[in-house]
Write a protein that binds this ligand. Structure first.
Ligand code: BG6
Length: 484
């Protein structure tokens, strides 16, 4: 993998304010992403980053705390001491309290110094959603909610449709929808964006992409990590809220959506919204819940929160009628891997069946979209086994490894998303109505789940045995451990 300057274009000079600028998300994701983009020449020296903190922090403490999270840039040889120091110069720490606005005066003075209609001011609320309301009111009162201001927020955007609506009302009381950027970091992943290109730039797939030729779709997002230090948050949310309401449903949308008229924010989001609205309400038979052994001990109390969830989804429209989408996600599973597997139908007539040997139905064509790690595509085909012995059929793969093909570092999702907020491109962000449609689908599932005790599964397995696919005469296909 080479890490060389990319041809990425420079961003408009902007003021980027990260509330919660010395919190976990800032150090783990936001600032390392900015650092990579800085190294790539996208941030000019006129770009200003403000990290707000309630605690007394100076730039030296900040640099020390941030540096371990930027280690990969140093390890690749791309970052140098000189560039690190230059990057730190565009960062300013603002000591203030978002909850009551104490200390906002200095931020206002600095922003107003350079304010002009062409200079975006972006406010990233990397703080608890319970503070979103006071934060946006504070921005309004301080005169910072200008037409060139943008607001970036991230999940959890509520824990059901009603709390989500309340949060949204607070945001839209101050900012217009066109100023709000709701992050689902899955949409920033290179492979997830590539899903749209795969579908809409290649005639070979799009012409097969329907119930005419597709038997079913499986989406697995498997994680080996447990809930660790996030147990308090996680226990209130569980896998359905934490992963399905957002990331997995977004993946379903990208696989299932109709082609937008052109590639622009509202066109793409309109089509995703249609998929969400076409999801058939789940019945009890369509749902399986699990909890890993040891979860309750980690939490320190009894709990029925699911750390694994699997669902059979049906999309009630012409394209997808009769094609189940099986989705699953869980913690402490056997491997860390996410895949979308599209299994095609068998040919209507198998001309090889009578000549003995393998049947075509033993080797359905499958398209495997590997989201992470070792990103790539694999197409399972059937070929003739070379050599004598008659017409023996054998499975074989067409492989496309992104790393080998493009030989470039794949940027982290946040790098792309942060840059898009500065460019004013909302395509990879969720619109308010999408978030609501996803919650409207999830609400009844949560009500149903409340009465189900999750099946326990041992850590390092692929979750509890669920019969969702068995009932349909199919089985889960586990992500390939030896992808390359
Ligand atoms: C987050 C969830 O949104 O996504 C976490 O809250 C989860 O529980 C994470 O671990 C997974 O993201 P990624 O990018 O590691 O697949």
């Amino acid at each position: 993998m080479s890490v060389t300057p990319s041809s990425a274009s420079k961003l408009p000079a902007s003021d980027y304010v990260i509330f919660g600028g010395t919190g976990d998300l800032s150090f783990r994701k936001i600032f390392p992403a900015f650092f990579w983009r800085y190294l790539d020449g996208q941030l000019t020296d006129d770009f200003r980053l403000f990290a707000t903190s309630r605690r007394a922090f100076n730039i030296r403490d900040f640099a020390e705390a941030l540096r371990p999270f930027c280690q990969d840039a140093f390890a690749s040889g791309y970052a140098t001491e000189e560039r690190w120091q230059a990057f730190l110069k565009i960062i300013q720490i603002v000591i203030m309290d978002v909850a009551n606005g104490d200390g906002v005066g200095s931020l206002v003075t600095q922003i107003k110094e350079k304010a002009n209609i062409d200079r975006p001011t972006i406010f990233y609320l990397a703080i608890a959603p319970s503070l979103f309301g006071s934060a946006v009111q504070m921005l309004k009162n301080a005169g910072l909610a200008s037409p060139q201001a943008r607001l970036v927020v991230e999940k959890p955007l509520g824990n059901d449709s009603s709390s989500s609506r309340t949060i949204n009302e607070k945001l839209t009381a101050v900012f217009n929808e066109s100023q709000i950027y709701r992050i689902d970091h899955y949409l920033g992943k290179e492979t997830v964006q590539n899903l749209m290109v795969l579908r809409f730039a290649n005639v070979i797939f799009e012409s097969l992409w329907s119930n005419q030729h597709i038997d079913h779709v499986q989406i697995t997002v498997a994680e080996t990590i447990g809930v660790g230090k996030r147990a308090d948050y996680y226990d209130r949310f569980g896998a359905t809220r934490d992963m399905v309401q957002n990331h997995l449903l977004q993946l379903v949308c990208l696989v299932a959506m109709e082609p937008p008229t052109y590639f622009a924010a509202d066109q793409v989001r309109d089509e995703k919204l249609r998929v969400l609205r076409a999801l058939r309400p789940l019945s009890l038979d369509d749902l399986a819940l699990g909890q890993y052994v040891g979860y309750r001990e980690e939490l320190g109390e009894a709990s029925n929160t699911e750390t694994y969830v699997a669902m059979r989804l049906s999309i009630d429209n012409w394209r997808w009628a009769g094609v189940p989408f099986y989705i699953r996600t869980g913690k402490k599973l056997e491997q860390q891997a996410s895949e979308i597997i599209v299994t095609f139908k068998n040919l209507a007539h198998d001309i090889f069946a009578k000549s003995g040997g393998d049947k075509l139905s033993d080797y359905p064509n499958r398209l495997v979209i590997r989201l992470q790690p070792s990103e790539g595509l694999r197409l399972h085909m059937t070929s003739k086994q070379p050599g004598p012995g008659g017409m023996r059929l054998s499975p074989s793969d067409l492989n496309l490894s992104f790393e080998e093909t493009f030989e470039e570092r794949l940027p982290d999702a946040y790098e792309r998303l942060l840059m898009d907020t500065a460019r004013g491109n909302q395509t990879l962000f969720m619109r308010g109505d999408e978030v609501m449609a996803a919650w409207n689908f999830i609400d009844p599932i949560l009500a149903m789940s409340a009465n189900i005790a999750p099946a326990r599964y041992v850590t390092g397995s692929m979750g509890p045995d669920d019969t969702l696919l068995e009932m349909d005469g199919r089985q889960w296909i586990d992500p390939d451990q030896d992808w390359r």
